[in-house]
Design a protein around this ligand. Structure first.
Ligand code: CO
Ligand code: CO
Length: 312
C-alpha cells in the first residue's frame, strides 16, 4: 500500500520506514510487526530481546507504544514451560515500555519463532521518518555494533550467554530513553539498526533522503572481541549478502574484510541512528547522556549521489 492509495496513510512501505503511519483523527497510529527465530538459548531472554526489538520500530519513529499482539510458533514437542518463559520475557518488556499485550495467535511449527505486532501513537507532526536527513547532518548511534558476530560466536560455542551478558542486556534494552532524547532535541531522520547492519540502514536513510553518507571507522563503537571474531570469519550467514548488496554503492576506502563484516553485521535489537543538524548534535548527546544512554557520532550525511556510502 502506498501513500496516495488512502488519504489517511501517511507512510507505507515504499521508503523502508520502520512502521506504517496511519492518520486517525488528530493522532498518527504507528503499526509494525516483527518476528524472529531464537538468537539465544535462554527462553526468557529470547522473549525480552524479541519484544525490545519489536517495540523499537515504534521508538525509531518517535512514537509511544500502546498495545502489542503476540505471534507464537512453537514445536508441539517443546515443554509448555519453555513457551511460557518466552511469553513472560515478552510481557515484562512490553510492561516496561508502558504498553499492554492484548492478544495474539499461536501455531505449531518445527522451528520456534516469536514476535509481536505493536501499535503506537504519535502526534502527526512529530513523526520521525528514516528519510529527511540533510547533507551536513551528523549521524548519532546509540548502541555498539557487532552483536550478530557475537551471537554467532555463542552459537559456535566460542562464547557463552554468561560471557556475553552485557551484549544480551544491550539487545534487551529498550530504545525508549533514546527516543525521548530524540524527541526532546529534534532530529531530521532516524531508524533502528537491525538486519541490514549499520551501513545498510545508513544506505536506506541516505537513499530516501536524496543525499550521500560518510561513515568514519575510527568513531564506530564496536563490542569487545568483535574484531577478532570477524577476522576469524565468525559471522552470521547473512553478512555476505549484505556486503554484496552494499558493494554496488559503497566506497569501502580503509574498510578491509573485517570492517566490512562489522559494518554489514545484522544487529538484533540494535540502537537508534539519528541524523541531527550539527547545531543540535551537542544537545542530543547531552540529552542521551543524561538518560544513561551510550551514544557516538559515527559519520555524517553529505552531498553526492543519493544513497552512496563512503567509508573513511
Ligand atoms: Co526498524
Ligand atoms: Co521491523
Amino acid at each position: 500500500m502506498h501513500p496516495g492509495e488512502s488519504d489517511d496513510l501517511l507512510v507505507g512501505f515504499d521508503t523502508s520506514d520502520d512502521a506504517a503511519v496511519y492518520l486517525m483523527g488528530d493522532q498518527a497510529l504507528l503499526l509494525t510487526v516483527d518476528f524472529f527465530t531464537p538468537m539465544v538459548d535462554d527462553p526468557y531472554d529470547f522473549g525480552r530481546i524479541t519484544a525490545a526489538n519489536s517495540l523499537s520500530d515504534i521508538y525509531a519513529m518517535g512514537g509511544r507504544p500502546l498495545t502489542a499482539m503476540n505471534l507464537v510458533a512453537m514445536p508441539c514437542s517443546l515443554p509448555p514451560e519453555v513457551t511460557a518463559e518466552v511469553l513472560r520475557g515478552g510481557a515484562d518488556k512490553v510492561r516496561e515500555a508502558g504498553a499492554v499485550i492484548v492478544g495474539g495467535h499461536t501455531i505449531d511449527d518445527k522451528e520456534p519463532k516469536y514476535g509481536l505486532s505493536v501499535m503506537g501513537v504519535c502526534e502527526p507532526d512529530k513523526v520521525v521518518r528514516n528519510v529527511g536527513a540533510k547533507p551536513g547532518d551528523l549521524l548519532v548511534l546509540t548502541k555498539r555494533i557487532g552483536v550478530g558476530i557475537l551471537n554467532t560466536a555463542i552459537k559456535q560455542g566460542l562464547e557463552t550467554e554468561e560471557s556475553q551478558r552485557d551484549v544480551i542486556e544491550s539487545m534487551a534494552h529498550l530504545n525508549r530513553a533514546a527516543a525521548e532524547a530524540m524527541l526532546e532535541v529534534g532530529v531530521h531522520a532516524a531508524t533502528d539498526i537491525t538486519g541490514f547492519g549499520l551501513a545498510g540502514h545508513a544506505r536506506e536513510m541516505a537513499h530516501g533522503s536524496g543525499c550521500a553518507c560518510q561513515i568514519e571507522l575510527a568513531r564506530v563503537p564496536v563490542w569487545p572481541k568483535v574484531m577478532e571474531y570477524a577476522e576469524a570469519m565468525v559471522r552470521p550467514g547473512r553478512t555476505a549478502d549484505v556486503v554484496a548488496y552494499l558493494d554496488a554503492f559503497t566506497e569501502w576506502g580503509p574498510a578491509d574484510f573485517v570492517w566490512k563484516s562489522i559494518l554489514a553485521d545484522p544487529q538484533t535489537s540494535g540502537g537508534l541512528m539519528m541524523a541531527v543538524a550539527p547545531s543540535r548534535a551537542d544537545a542530543l548527546l547531552a540529552a542521551l547522556a543524561s538518560r544513561g544512554e551510550e551514544a557516538a557520532i559515527v559519520g555524517r550525511m553529505a552531498d553526492g549521489e543519493a544513497g552512496t556510502i563512503r567509508i573513511v
